[in-house]
Design a protein around this ligand. Structure first.
Ligand code: HAM
Length: 421
């Protein structure tokens, strides 16, 4: 058959062979967030394009090159290229700040970026996100980082294969002077910078620091530390002390400036040292103390993380972390002859009503073919219904592992199986 339609490049179907793995990591994320006191928030796929222009930033690669934008009537829409701005939009729209205190929100969301697809980089990908809105103290940064590392470790990744990279990029008070210093450094080394960095030197000079192509040159760029204001320096020192207390190990990466404009102070990424190739960031995040106000709300400190779901799964597989097998059904009901088929269907319903997973052949095949199907599903039991069972209202249960057979009344069937699973 010649395929007429295919999924778009960089967009993937999750087939049943894989979907149980997605369900597994999703449920682990939900449970993890619950333990840390987060509640779920779900926001739409579409937002106004302006929301991301204002937050992620017009000059960022995400907004200027990768965002899926389209116009309908007067409005310009964007498919969300990330999850933080929509959460802050919702936080403001529903007046969550009115209640005061700290809001801890988590989500699982698809997001869309028109990047060149490669291993670990897609045009529709998915993130586990967590945002803490309303907490200024470095306690919040420390808890977030510990939570993220704890998540990867509970999934079975080992500390020696993960690297938490940490930096601070200052605040609107101290960053302009630093930005100017980096811009001057870039100008002095202009001809050695890649074309991309030459272009962004004027608009977004800090981004030259995390360009892999220019790493050899920017290696000697000035570090931010002497430029930090007292408040930013103290915040960063306190955070590092808290991480020591929690025994969360990290490396300082003075070039971790992140590609989204809303960050202030703390920035971080967790790198998987094996399994991902070039796209090795499992997650990224940081503080965005100015974003709530930028989007029209009261000045509100905030911070968060986005964890790549696909990259997490790729890493778990590459590192041979324990992953669940798909759950087989409990029982397959086999009808011997036409008269038994409606009874088989009814018995399957009876099993399902008792919370058991039951299946039967929906194509009215021969008993032999049905037995083959029963074995293929991996079901523990086959329930055989023939003339004798019909007459006596019984069922013959065949244990497909031991091949043992038991005859029971149909009414007792569900209880009997439940007691043995
Ligand atoms: P981000 O670093 O752009 O941050 O994305 C977070 C994570 O999403 C990355 O570390 C990576 O694992 C995954 N990711 C990003 N792009 C792709 C892609 N094209 N294909 C597959 N996976 C990808 C943010 O999006 C921020 N909203 C994170 C955040 C939350 N900051 C504060 N709160």
């Amino acid at each position: 058959m010649e395929l007429k339609y295919r999924a778009l490049e960089g967009m993937h179907d999750v087939l049943p062979e894989q979907s149980h793995l997605w369900q597994y990591v999703e449920s682990r994320w939900r449970e993890h967030c619950r333990r840390y006191g987060y509640r779920e928030i779900r926001t739409p796929i579409l937002e106004t394009a302006e929301l991301f222009e204002r937050s992620v930033g017009e000059t960022s690669d995400i907004v200027s090159k990768e965002m899926y934008v389209f116009q309908r009537g007067e409005e310009r829409y964007a498919m969300k290229p990330e999850g933080t701005a929509p959460v802050v939009r919702a936080y403001l729209e529903h007046g969550l700040y009115g209640a005061g205190g700290v809001h801890k929100l988590y989500y699982i969301t698809p997001f869309f970026r028109g990047e060149r697809p490669q291993r670990g980089r897609y045009r529709q990908a998915h993130q586990f996100g967590a945002e803490i809105i309303g907490a200024a103290h470095p306690l919040a940064d420390a808890e977030l980082l510990a939570m993220v590392m704890d998540f990867f470790l509970t999934l079975g990744l080992t500390p020696d294969t993960l690297e938490l990279r940490l930096n601070t990029i200052g605040c609107p008070e101290c960053r302009p002077a630093y930005r100017e210093a980096v811009r001057n450094f870039g100008r002095e080394n202009y001809t050695q910078l890649c074309k991309n960095c030459q272009a962004r030197l004027e608009r977004n000079p800090l981004r030259i620091l995390d360009c892999k192509e220019c790493a050899d040159i920017t290696h000697s760029a000035p570090p931010i530390d002497p430029y930090l204001c007292d408040a930013c320096r103290t915040h960063f020192e306190n955070l590092q002390n808290l991480l020591k207390t929690l025994e969360v190990t990290y490396v300082r990466d003075v070039r971790l400036v992140r590609g989204l404009d809303y960050y202030t102070r703390t920035t971080f990424e967790v790198i998987a040292e094996q399994g991902l190739g070039a796209q090795n960031a499992l997650c990224g995040g940081g503080r965005y103390d100015g974003l709530v106000a930028e989007l029209g709300g009261p000045p509100t400190p905030a911070l968060g993380v986005g964890i790549g779901v696909e990259r997490t799964l790729l890493t778990l597989q590459a590192m041979q972390a324990p992953l669940p097998e798909p759950r087989p059904i409990d029982a397959y009901v086999v009808a011997f002859g036409e008269a038994a088929r409606p009874v088989a269907l009814k018995l399957a319903q009876q099993l399902r009503a008792a919370q058991l997973a039951a299946e039967l052949d929906l194509e009215a095949r021969s008993p032999k073919a049905q037995m083959r199907l029963a074995n293929r599903t991996g079901a523990r039991y086959a329930i055989l219904i023939g003339d004798a069972e019909l007459q006596q209202q019984t069922a013959t249960i065949k244990d497909l592992q031991t091949h043992e057979q038991t005859v029971l009344s149909q009414a007792e069937l569900s209880e009997w199986i439940k007691n043995r699973l």
